[in-house]
Design a protein around this ligand. Sequence first.
Ligand SMILES: Cc1ncc(COP(=O)(O)O)c(C=O)c1O
Length: 396
Amino acid sequence: MPKKHNWHKETAMIHEGYDSKEHQGSLAVPLYQTATYVFDSAEQGERRFAGEESGNIYSRLGNPTVRVLEERIAKMEEGAGGLAFASGMAAVSAVLVHVTKANDHVVCSRGIYGCTFGLLKIMEEKYNITHTLTSMRTEEEIEKAVTDETTCIYVETPINPTMELVDLQAVSNVAKRHGLRVIVDNTFCSPYIQTPLTFGADFVLHSATKYLNGHGDVIAGLLVGKDQEEMQKIRSTVQKDFGGVISPFDAWLLLRGIKTLPVRMDRHSSNARILFDYLKKHPKIEEVFYPFDDQHPQYEIAEKQMKTGGGLISFTIKGGKEEAQKFLNSLSLVKLAVSLGDAETLMQHPATMTHSGVPKAERDKMGVTDSLLRLSVGLEHMDDIMADLEQAFNAI
Ligand SMILES: Cc1ncc(COP(=O)(O)O)c(C=O)c1O
């Protein structure tokens, strides 16, 4: 096992969980692209299945490349254990199945990823696990949504795509008072910007497809918890038996992407900050939403729990769906695509794309109007991004 260190995050993202001496001196983490492992003897196989001897059995149960990734994300999130999944949604499903049983209730931030909302609907239809979406602006507001059946609070912050924030400390305060578990989807920030476990959450998860990988070529999910035994339990039950594990190759790509996360996040954030100032003054725009702005009504929360503002900006264009679509169709360098956190600047129309599965009445409450657009600011030169946006604004 590699030695434990007390490294800074930037160092841990490059070195945590790996010792080249254990891998023939290979600087890069080797890719163990294998489905199964050969036992030395029948007795060894028996001991491994009985849990009496550690070691590899079968890659759905564990893989050396994946293990490095799991240790690395656990360290980055300041947790006790990590698990890697085939997608962000596999991580969301695993943790929600783990913390609920039939007839329970979940309190959610108003504004959750469309497929998480879809999963909650399935849970309700099949197992009567109900949920309440709430704005979570104050502890009282969160508390009001809690019922006798509530077992957990599920939070996204910043909220996608409206950039509203949820005070993680306030959520934990309520959870403690009622004995509830707290799950935070930290996809928008990455652990470089925000570490929810340090504000009292029990679990933090990621669509690692986004900033963690950062190169638009992997679908993956990660889950970190603060209790190692509990994470082991999830590994040996929900993860093993539902089976949504990451492939070794995707884990290898993710390890490569994570090495540069801090430098990428700093650049995403500084590019976004410049673009925010440009968009705010633009005559074709009604409103711009970015959390790290001293005019943002929740700036105090941003300063408390986020290191920088990240790379996501939303804005409403003057007009409606027609103008929004015309603008998107006029983009050239900026790519019209869902997803976020890539080197390429991406833009999408939440009402007809990522949030089209959310009922219109709920979308309206969330502020996902037809004129709202979401921009994932990439790593290109600012002048080029701005020139492309400007020519698209001129086209409407
Ligand atoms: C905030 C958030 N959570 C979860 C997911 C699901 O992740 P994946 O697409 O990797 O399954 C997404 C995907 O867009 C997301 O934006």
